[in-house]
Design a protein around this ligand. Structure first.
Ligand SMILES: Cc1ncc(COP(=O)(O)O)c(C=O)c1O
Length: 365
């Protein structure tokens, strides 16, 4: 029997949100809803769907590894040179590529905790070490403590801004102070997967650091606000030298041709994006007000999901109870859940299901 090295054996695999179809089969119902994976409930731009259909006949060909048209369009839209872009099979792949490009098993990556579960996984897969810095009491990255955690072994710092699972952001002034403490030989990965949803004007403009020549890799995705999670496409913006190194590790045809076409079309459909964000804002307001009526403690969010701190019931218990009513949410640790903001009728179904729980919510945080 062949066995992997100990650092692979000890990996706890990523547990994805339960698929709707699976729950529907289990319960024998047709109308389960999934509020567990921060997907866009409205779906992609209809124009992107048309573009996919039009390009389906070309899938006998390999895709363009450099995502030529998408690169050009993003470069124009964002105002960053084309050579600063790198594309991934989801932004997830790009953080994996960054770890494999810059880290050895002797190195360390600094990250906040709890944060996106994939960061420590990517680090563990290459046998390196994650240094996890607890969030502040208001559940944001503690950037000054993270700066203190940097050692000679630190190669990468992960910052999820907004953070998953808490939906919180770090502000421009905090980020500025933090960047002053980051040495020249460390790569800061700022994961902006929920960038389009952010409304708080204190959100940092990280592109400025890239323009200043800092070692920063900004990750964004078409999986969330653009509704293309199933096609897997995201992008990174960084210095051309860093793109060159990461391209050595990147598989040549890592983003598929339909994803490239869909992303390009979705990018142009600003009206649909606006609608997605508006629906999210409305859902957010509705859920805040219903959570308040229920006495549920939530954390104000800058994303398409809400972190809810429980009291009087464990996360697994609530998860199980809601599953039975056809509502899939995400348990986080012992005492919290993460709930994706859905369509108005999905949000109402969630609230109805919560109301049916004979649970004493109390406010203890
Ligand atoms: C913070 C964060 N980063 C990255 C991702 C991965 O997104 P993608 O679908 O682009 O791989 C997610 C997905 O949930 C996320 O929450």
């Amino acid at each position: 029997m062949i066995t992997p090295p100990p650092y692979i054996q000890s990996i706890k695999p990523y547990v994805p949100g339960k698929p709707i179809e699976e729950l529907q089969r289990e319960l024998g119902i047709k109308e389960a809803i999934k509020l567990a994976s921060n997907e866009n409930p409205l779906g992609p731009s209809p124009k992107a769907l048309t573009a996919i259909k039009e390009h389906m006949g070309n899938i006998n060909r390999y895709p363009e590894g450099g995502a030529y048209y998408l690169r050009k369009a993003l470069s124009e839209k964002i105002g960053i040179k084309e050579e600063c872009f790198i594309f991934g099979n989801g932004s997830n792949e790009l953080l994996d590529i960054a770890v494999r490009t810059f880290m050895t098993p002797e190195d360390e990556a600094v990250m906040a905790w709890p944060s996106f579960i994939v960061y420590p996984l990517a680090v563990q897969i290459i046998g390196a070490k994650s240094i996890k810095v607890p969030l502040t009491s208001d559940l944001r990255h503690d950037l000054s403590e993270m700066a203190k955690a940097i050692t000679d072994k630190t190669k990468i710092i992960f910052i999820a801004n907004p953070n998953n699972p808490t939906g919180t952001i770090n502000y421009a002034d905090e980020f500025e102070a933090f960047m002053k403490d980051v040495p020249e030989d460390v790569l800061v990965i700022v994961d902006e997967a929920y960038y389009e949803y952010v409304r708080d004007p204190r959100y940092p403009d990280t592109l400025e650091y890239l323009k200043d020549g800092r070692n920063i890799l900004i990750l964004r995705t078409f999986s969330k606000a653009y509704g293309l999670a199933g096609l897997r496409i995201g992008y990174g913006m960084t210095k051309p030298e860093i793109v060159t190194e990461m391209n050595k590790v990147r598989e040549p045809f890592n983003t598929n041709s339909l994803a490239q076409v869909a992303a390009l079309t979705a990018l142009e459909d600003e009206e649909h994006l606006r609608k997605c964000i508006e629906i999210n804002e409305e859902g957010k307001k509705y859920l805040y007000s219903e959570f308040e009526k229920l006495g549920l403690q939530y954390v104000p969010t800058e994303t398409n999901f809400i972190f809810v701190k429980l009291s009087g019931i464990t996360s697994q218990e609530l998860y199980g109870r809601l599953l039975k009513q056809g509502v899939i949410i995400r348990p986080i640790g012992e005492d919290s859940v993460r709930i994706t903001i859905g369509l108005p009728e999905e949000n109402r179904k969630l609230i109805e299901a919560l109301k049916r729980q004979e649970v004493l919510w109390t406010s203890s945080f």
